[in-house]
Design a protein around this ligand. Structure first.
Ligand code: KG4
Ligand code: ZN
Length: 341
């Protein structure tokens, strides 16, 4: 089944077309609003949805052109229905409903986080199920046991406060690096000395699978104060390396503990923070040492995109699941309740 995916849950607008084999994309277009929101130091919901309205038609057309196809050759439409910013979500959902009415194609509302989990299935080799997923994005940090991509999930652990991406973004803001700051910290950390500044090991000794990043954010603020303001030059690189290492060590400690507890030797990284270089390198190195497998979507498939939405939709559409034209966008939608209407 050839699926058109549409993603508009936050500040990225994306369309993609998934080949009928479900494992590779015919095209993928992502329009990022980073520059628009940079002026405000964070995403402004009203600005995001207005820009989505303006760009939806052009991004959709570009996606069809790149795939050298027409809407007639698409078998179904999958759209992110939540969670996310309600105004942003409504743009994609209503556009998808309009397309479905006009073309008589089946429609499916997709859970955004299920999309992130599906991103690993756009790569070769694909993970076998069950697997443990470390889902780390701007709004979520969770460990999940995935039995199948169509909704059989077990919650293993989650952050008790900030998400990992949020910790990156808030710290980047303190450093004057702008929004979103995860990728900036990643870049600067490459030439930094992680031992130069001290950051706490968060909940490291506890025998659970939960995370906490608020202490790290406070520590970052303290280090900056003691330094007499945001560090510059090599000091800044050292700060970023130390901060990033603290986040990565904590994420991997819990992820590998989850695999051990579940007796599953497969870890899938998902979400925007899974684009982080150190997280990827360390996960692979540790997996090799411990004889387990780690699956990393390409960086472009970790951050928000529509290929992952098309892929998540594909699983459910192939099973015959459909959404009605009464599909509603949901700002809040727990993953463990993900259904198709
Ligand atoms: O999954 P995503 O694109 O959007 C959400 O669903 O939230 O994740 C965005 C988050 C942001 O917090 C961003 O700073 C972070 O992913 N991020 C990174 C990197 N690239 C994006 N964090 C660390 N290192 C990166 N290279
Ligand atoms: Zn996301």
């Amino acid at each position: 089944m050839r699926v058109l995916g549409i993603e508009s849950s936050c500040d990225e607008l994306a369309c993609a077309i998934l080949h009928e084999d479900g494992s590779h994309l015919l095209s993928s277009v992502v329009h990022s609003q980073v520059e628009l929101h940079a002026l405000f130091g964070g995403v402004v919901p009203e600005v995001a949805s207005r820009d989505h309205v303006r760009r939806l038609g052009p991004v959709f057309n570009e996606c069809l052109q790149k795939a050298q196809t027409t809407i007639e050759d698409i078998d179904a439409i999958a759209v992110t229905a939540g969670p996310g910013l309600i105004g942003s979500l409504l743009c994609g959902v209503e556009f998808a409903k309009g397309l479905a009415v006009a073309t008589h194609k089946p429609l499916l509302g997709v859970h955004h986080l299920e999309g992130h989990l599906a991103a690993a299935f756009l790569e070769t080799p694909q993970p076998e199920v069950p697997f443990v997923a470390l889902l780390v994005s701007g709004g979520h940090t969770s460990l999940i046991r995935v039995e199948d991509l169509g909704g059989t999930y077990t919650h293993l652990g989650a952050t008790r406060d900030d998400a990992a991406g949020e910790a990156f973004d808030k710290t980047a803001k303190l450093l004057g690096l702008g929004y979103p700051g995860g990728a900036r910290i990643d870049k600067l950390a490459k030439t930094g000395d992680a031992k130069r500044f001290e950051f706490p090991k968060m909940m490291a000794g506890k025998d659970n699978l939960d995370f906490s990043f608020s202490g790290l954010k406070t520590a970052a603020a303290r280090v900056i104060k003691e330094h007499g303001g945001p560090p510059q030059g090599q000091d800044l690189n050292d700060f970023c390396a130390g901060f990033q290492t603290a986040v990565v060590e904590n994420l991997l400690k819990k992820a590998f503990r989850a695999m051990q507890k579940q007796d599953i030797p497969r870890l899938v990284l998902a979400g925007g923070v899974a684009a982080n270089s150190q997280l990827r390198e360390r996960a692979q190195a540790r997996a090799r040492r411990e004889g387990v497998e780690v699956f990393l979507p390409s960086r472009a498939n970790c951050t928000d995109n529509a290929g992952m939405i098309a892929r998540a939709g594909w699983t459910r559409l192939c099973r015959g699941e459909r959404s009605g034209l009464d599909l509603v966008a949901r700002a809040h939608w727990p993953l463990f309740e993900a259904r198709t209407s």
